[in-house]
Design a protein around this ligand. Structure first.
Ligand SMILES: *Cc1c(COP(=O)(O)O)cnc(C)c1O
Length: 714
């Protein structure tokens, strides 16, 4: 917000800039979720963590947007990772961008000027009362040395329901867009009272007319910003609403059909769980609000801690980490602190199975550990002999094992207890990746199998929606001996004897979305949660049984069953030119979002239905998969052309299907309405097959030339 008035860091030669976009219309939420941003010079763009939306073309040559750099964290050589970010704050970034779209550069400048103007007015008024305001230059924040008056200021502020930032004898006051002139007068009024004066004795009108900005002219912003047409087109509510709806309409979401995204647990996010997030009582609270003003939140945290401890079988939780990967990092730092505390500073080897989620080795690398990969056997289980050999070889320096249970292959490892024992025998700790708790809750637990730490993805099993890539929450649970090391905080009192430092700036992470998981657990109860797990496993095995004659299922347990998800092997189709991507894209024509593609095994899809889907929806999905399999067979036996077929040309847009010209050897109906159910509710993909190579060359969406923009606004 300040940069609407100040010259931006890029112009004064900064290489990397980080910040928070909370000021762009995002509620405080007692700490989050908020989107941070990370910007760099052109030369570092390929080293940025996360994804970049770039431009490409589709099969008809139309403009299309596509995620570039998308295959890094989970596909690069695991120990080479430079970031462990998977779930981020996509939804909040979108909200902040919508704020910028609605207000545009002029509107944002006005908002910034108003904030700054009020801050200058407040500063001058307080100075007129005799206070010393220490910030010579400022945008929105004042710092007053209150000396002996600090106590009475605090008392008066509380009486007026105002929280300020007190440190020793200084008071910090920050104003933002939501601060009204009335609020500012309230502050002046009680500061006057503390000085034994009266606000009416001040010449406020005079101060108002004497307001001059506190920004030195050489730091004033001279350059334009937000010049792209999108920031200059939708400034009325009607236009804005239609713009947002037009984007929403391009999105195939859980509103349309099941999203069987293996390892991501796309389950129902019920309205009752979601609504309280919008309540002011939860959303309008500062992360450092005094503890006696946040008893409701504290009760929620206490109950959630208790429930999650019971679910995991652990002694305590930390609600601080903002994602699964951040939980991994926090948990590994706890393990590190435990070893250090015992004088074992050399213990820095993390054993990680080759099947692990990409964030595991990336988090271990960030925690300063050395990664040793453990093999898997042909059933997809950890190769216990290899694990034992490596644990013994590195016994002197073993820090931990990171193990996902049920495995990323969708199977309950039957030797899991033995695996944990081997690690403990060799002096290591067991970190269980609990992202897949949807197959465990109520039936087993990390503590039962012998793990010492785990994270939970509340945005998977515990119903926080994924928001297109975040926000999420990844609290960690620990066994008793690790409790003293759980993350502390520098501002809010929560540190234990041996706490590691905070892993996120807000003490309880993205606090406001914890209430979603709290509501889920409260409404389900123990029996409901256990039933959910059973249905998740039942649904997965139903799909497995319906599809196993059409697709080889890569791994299953000794009983021939999967856990909550399964991997379909599509590698054999390559022999007749069909790639797993073709199948994934073709599913769009059938009204389904693609399952997880090529993770954790290249050339496969991973399917996870969750307990939320009724049998009718599972059948619709299976029908689509079976129909696609018979299309693949037609390519194989030559009934369909090897290149010009519905799989290679998928997805089919409305424009392509209704064009005057149709050059394919299959019908338009086969293209767009391949099964009867599709005609009752057709989702039209908005672009055809996107060009990946073209997209990777055009990382950043460049703004149209200034002239075209000038024409548009005129
Ligand atoms: C989703 C997932 C993660 C990462 O969680 P994020 O919240 O995306 O960081 C880690 N491990 C497994 C097995 C997962 O499925």
């Amino acid at each position: 917000m300040a940069l609407a008035l100040l010259s931006p860091p890029g112009e004064w030669g900064a290489d990397i800039v980080i910040g928070s976009s909370q000021r762009f219309g995002i509620p405080m939420g007692f700490g989050g979720p908020h989107a941070a941003f990370f910007a760099t010079k052109e030369e570092y763009k390929r080293s940025l963590p996360g994804r970049i939306i770039g431009v490409t073309i589709d099969s008809a040559g139309n403009y299309a947007l596509r995620m570039a750099l998308q295959t890094r964290e989970q596909h690069i050589r695991r120990d080479k990772a430079t970031s462990n970010i998977c779930t981020a704050q996509a939804l909040l970034a979108i909200m902040a961008s919508m704020y910028a779209i609605y207000h545009g550069p002029k509107g944002i400048k006005q908002i910034a000027e108003r904030i700054h103007g009020l801050a200058v007015f407040l500063s001058k008024s307080l100075e007129a009362l005799g206070f010393h305001q220490e910030n010579k230059f400022f945008f929105d924040t004042l710092k007053l040395n209150a000396g002996e008056l600090i106590e009475s200021i605090h008392t008066e502020a509380l009486k007026n329901e105002v929280n300020l930032n007190y440190e020793g004898s200084t008071v910090g006051i920050t104003l933002d867009e939501t601060t009204s002139p009335e609020d500012v007068k309230t502050i002046i009024r009680f500061f006057a009272k503390v000085m034994g004066k009266n606000i009416d004795d001040l010449d406020l009108e005079g101060i108002k007319t004497r307001i001059l900005g506190k920004i030195p002219s050489h730091l004033e912003r001279k350059s334009d910003y937000l010049s792209h047409p999108v920031f200059n087109s939708y400034h009325s509510e009607h236009e804005m609403l239609r713009y947002i709806k037009s984007l929403e309409a391009k999105d195939l979401s859980l509103c349309h059909s099941m999203i069987a995204l293996g390892s991501c647990t796309m389950k129902l996010n019920s309205t009752t769980e979601m609504v309280p997030v919008t309540w002011a009582e939860f959303s309008k609270i500062h992360p450092f609000a005094p503890s006696d003003q946040v008893e409701g939140y504290m009760q929620i945290f206490d109950e959630l801690n208790k429930w999650l401890s019971e679910i995991t079988g652990f002694a305590a939780m930390s609600l601080q980490p903002n994602s699964g990967a951040q939980g991994e990092y926090a948990g590994l730092m706890v393990i590190r602190a435990y070893h250090l505390d015992r004088g074992d500073s050399h213990r820095n080897i993390a054993l990680i199975p080759s099947s692990a989620h990409g964030t595991n080795p990336a988090s271990a690398a960030m925690a300063g550990m050395k990664i040793v990969i453990v093999k898997c056997d042909e059933r997809g289980n950890i190769d216990v002999a290899d694990l034992k050999a490596k644990a013994e070889e590195h016994a002197a320096d073993l820090s931990c094992l990171m193990v996902t249970y049920p495995s990323t292959h969708g199977v309950f490892e039957e030797s899991i207890i033995e695996i944990c024992e081997i690690i403990h025998k060799n002096g290591g700790q067991v970190y269980m990746d609990g992202a897949n708790m949807n197959a465990q809750v109520g039936l087993t637990s990390p503590a039962t199998i012998g793990a010492d730490v785990c994270h939970l993805n509340l945005h998977k099993t515990f119903c926080i929606p994924h928001g297109g890539g975040g926000p999420g929450m990844g609290p960690i649970g620990v066994a008793k001996h690790l409790v003293p090391f759980l993350p502390g905080h520098a501002v809010v009192e929560m540190s234990r004897e041996k706490s590691i430092s905070a892993v996120s700036s807000a003490p309880w992470g993205s606090a406001s979305i914890l209430i979603i998981s709290h509501a889920y657990i409260a409404m389900m109860g123990g029996e409901g949660l256990t039933n959910a797990t059973k249905f998740a496993i039942l649904n997965a095995n139903y799909i497995k049984t319906r599809l196993e004659n059409s697709y080889p299922i890569l791994y299953s347990g000794t009983q021939g069953r999967c856990a909550h998800e399964m991997i379909l092997d599509c590698r054999a189709f390559k022999a007749y030119g069909i790639e797993v991507t073709d199948l994934a894209k073709r599913l769009m024509d059938y009204g389904f979002h693609a399952p997880t593609v090529s993770f954790p095994v290249a050339g496969t899809v991973m399917i996870e239905p969750t307990e939320s889907e009724p049998k009718h929806e599972l059948d619709r999905f299976c029908d689509a998969m079976i129909a696609i399999r018979s299309e693949i067979e037609d390519v194989e036996n030559g009934k369909l052309d090897a290149l010009n077929n519905p799989l290679k040309n998928a997805p089919h847009t409305a424009a392509a299907v209704t064009a005057n010209e149709w050059t394919h050897p299959y019908s338009r109906q086969t293209a767009a309405f391949p099964l009867p159910y599709v005609s009752t509710f057709k989702f039209w993909p908005s672009v055809g097959r996107v060009n990946d190579t073209h997209g990777d060359r055009t990382l950043v969406c460049s703004c149209p030339p200034v002239e075209s923009y000038a024409e548009e606004v005129l």
